[in-house]
Design a protein around this ligand. Structure first.
Ligand code: NAP
Length: 308
């Protein structure tokens, strides 16, 4: 079977750090083109925009949209209308409601739409999900604290409307949470801290629950210096399970159950190839809906201005 010919749209941090190496390591898919306003890759066909790429007639089967969420809906719609399979970086969009028409467009075109949640491909996520299925859960604590200056240097879009601010990384925690817990969860209250000069929060505290009243608390911070924290702790009737390093490690009380180098994007591309071959799509909006609900319910405070 000939490989799926993929174009990357938006040659920024995540495209370079993760997508390009993962595509090179994945059987059944090959990088065939780049659409980037600012950069090119030697030996790969280059177009300034997705529209130019689609108009060129270049032979591609699929696109990976590695652009900010605010511009992705229009790109996804154009690609699906042109008969291409579409991979969306997380979050899948700037709003929840824009995804419905994209799902319908993928169905109408008979193409794959894959809304990726890279943290769900972290090595300890499926093991902890299996463990939690058989236990009584008492509480969940999320601590997602990183330094925006280190991980998103100069990315102005992240603090613009639709950029999600601290929820850009924290939605990864919510993507894990909604995968590992046995029942759906919902937001019960939220406190959001907005810098005086920005349109998205730089820190937040959330309370969530499930229908049985499981208390879930999340502390999110984008100004964490020193050690960075991407942890989810689940207190159960059989002890404390700690998912650490964004899902790469799992501890039960003191014992290490999983400690693997993360290979999230290899898993993403294997799944994308499989979805395309099966003629299926994979779009789960639960993490984005929780973020939207935090914005709906959240009490807002103003904190000092933020500059990179
Ligand atoms: P980035 O470094 O800012 O790259 C985004 C790229 O999108 C830019 O380099 C630019 O590419 C293109 N772009 C920016 N504004 C655009 C616009 N208005 N219209 C069209 N294209 C535009 O951001 P990133 O960190 O790679 O993040 C991109 C997405 O990946 C985000 O949704 C983010 O949440 C997700 N993600 C990021 C990370 C991470 O660690 N950084 C991890 C996982 C997921 P060109 O200059 O090539 O046109």
């Amino acid at each position: 079977m000939s490989p799926i010919r993929l174009a990357i749209v938006g040659l920024g941090k995540i495209a370079r750090d993760q997508h390009i190496p993962a595509i090179a390591r994945t059987e059944g898919i090959a990088l065939a083109a780049i659409a980037s306003r600012n950069a090119a890759l030697e030996g790969v066909a280059h177009f300034a925009t997705l529209d130019e790429l689609l108009a060129s007639g270049e032979a591609i089967d699929a696109v990976a949209l590695c652009t900010p969420p605010q511009v992705r809906r229009a790109q996804a719609q154009a690609a699906l209308e042109a008969g291409k399979h579409v991979l969306l970086e997380k979050p899948p969009g700037a709003t929840v409601s824009e995804l419905g028409p994209l799902i319908a467009a993928a169905q109408a075109a008979g193409r794959t739409l894959f809304a990726t949640w890279h943290s769900r491909f972290a090595p300890a996520v499926e093991p902890v999900r299996a463990l939690l299925a058989g236990r009584t859960l008492r509480s969940v604590t999320i601590e997602w604290k990183e330094d925006v200056r280190v991980w998103h240097p100069g990315q102005e879009w992240i603090f613009e409307p639709g950029g999600l601010g601290v929820f850009d990384p924290a939605i990864n925690a919510l993507s894990i949470l909604t995968r590992i817990l046995p029942r759906p969860v919902f937001v019960t209250s939220a406190r959001l801290a907005f810098p005086a000069n920005r349109d998205a929060p730089i820190a937040a505290e959330l309370d969530l629950a499930d229908a049985q009243g499981l208390p879930i608390r999340a502390e999110l911070d984008f100004l964490q210096t020193g050690p960075q924290t991407w942890d989810i702790r689940v207190d159960t009737d059989e002890g404390l399970l700690t998912l650490s390093s964004g899902g790469a490690k799992l501890f039960h009380e003191g014992a290490t159950l999983v400690d693997e180098k993360e290979a999230e994007y290899a898993g993403i591309y294997r799944h994308f190839v499989d979805l395309i071959r099966r003629g299926a799509s994979d779009v789960d909006l639960a993490p984005l809906a929780l973020v939207a609900d935090a914005f709906l319910l959240g009490r807002r405070t103003q904190v000092e201005s933020f500059e990179y």
